[in-house]
Ligand binder design. Structure first.
Ligand SMILES: C[C@@]1(CC(=O)O)C2=NC(=C\c3[nH]c(c(CCC(=O)O)c3CC(=O)O)Cc3[nH]c(c(CC(=O)O)c3CCC(=O)O)/C=C3\N/C(=C\2)[C@@H](CCC(=O)O)[C@]3(C)CC(=O)O)/[C@H]1CCC(=O)O
Ligand SMILES: NC(=O)c1ccc[n+]([C@@H]2O[C@H](COP(=O)([O-])OP(=O)(O)OC[C@H]3O[C@@H](n4cnc5c(N)ncnc54)[C@H](O)[C@@H]3O)[C@@H](O)[C@H]2O)c1
Length: 143
């Protein structure tokens, strides 16, 4: 199946009873964790070093933080995985492991290695709006 213009369908998925594992605890990971907090049942962050906000979220009991380098066993029970380290080769290795194990995965450094794109999200009252720019201009979907 070939698609000339790749477009992603905006599926609104129930992750409230699911486990997300975020590999990496830097600037982009934190932005995405903040967005995911109210949507996902459990968020675990794996990173040898992280920003202060990851530590604070962990102290408040909102996420689990494991201060360590990634190992395959970290995603054994994951329902979705975000590969957000600054090591692009490692991100792609994580992608490969996820594909072998049928785990939904997003690689922040390579839009071709994404089962789903991370959207820009706008929320008001009970409305959730997700933006995606088809990978063409990331800044265009900043909210
Ligand atoms: C919406 C948002 C959500 C979020 O990230 O939270 C988002 N990117 C945002 C910003 C942003 N991204 C990048 C910069 C740096 C400047 C620049 O390059 O422009 C900035 C600006 C900033 O950070 O301020 C760099 C970048 N982004 C991707 C790659 C890899 C690639 O394209 O292959 C690289 C190169 C990395 C590198 O090589 O270093 C890939 C993806 N980024 C996506 C989402 C997915 C769908 C995009 C779409 O809708 O088209 C997609 C395709 C896949 C995915 O990752 O899911 C967020 C909006 C901000 C907000 O809302 O505040
Ligand atoms: N999609 C987007 O929106 C977007 C925007 C900018 C950058 N990026 C990409 O996102 C990635 C992260 O960018 P950043 O600015 O958050 O980087 P950063 O340097 O702030 O953070 C990197 C994180 O990766 C962790 N890490 C490094 N090696 C690891 C390992 N072996 N196991 C587990 N964790 C490890 C570090 O400890 C750190 O927490 C980069 O690959 C970059 O290309 C994506």
């Amino acid at each position: 199946m070939e698609h000339k213009e790749k477009k992603f369908f905006p599926l609104f998925v129930d992750f409230t009873q699911k486990r997300a594992v975020v590999i990496g605890g830097g600037k982009i990971a934190v932005r995405r964790i903040q967005t995911l907090l109210t949507f996902v049942g459990e968020i675990t962050v794996i990173a040898p070093a992280c920003t202060e906000s990851v530590k604070t979220l962990c102290q408040k009991g909102k996420i689990i933080y494991k201060q360590k380098k990634f190992e395959a066993e970290d995603i054994e029970n994951a329902d979705l995985v975000l590969a957000v380290t600054d090591n692009h080769a490692l991100n792609e290795e994580i992608y490969k492991i996820c594909k072998e194990n049928n785990i939904l995965v997003n690689v922040a450094s390579n839009q071709e290695k994404c089962d789903f794109h991370f959207p820009g999200i706008l929320e008001y009252e009970n409305v959730v709006i997700g933006f995606n720019g088809c990978g063409k201009d990331h800044k265009k979907v900043a909210v």
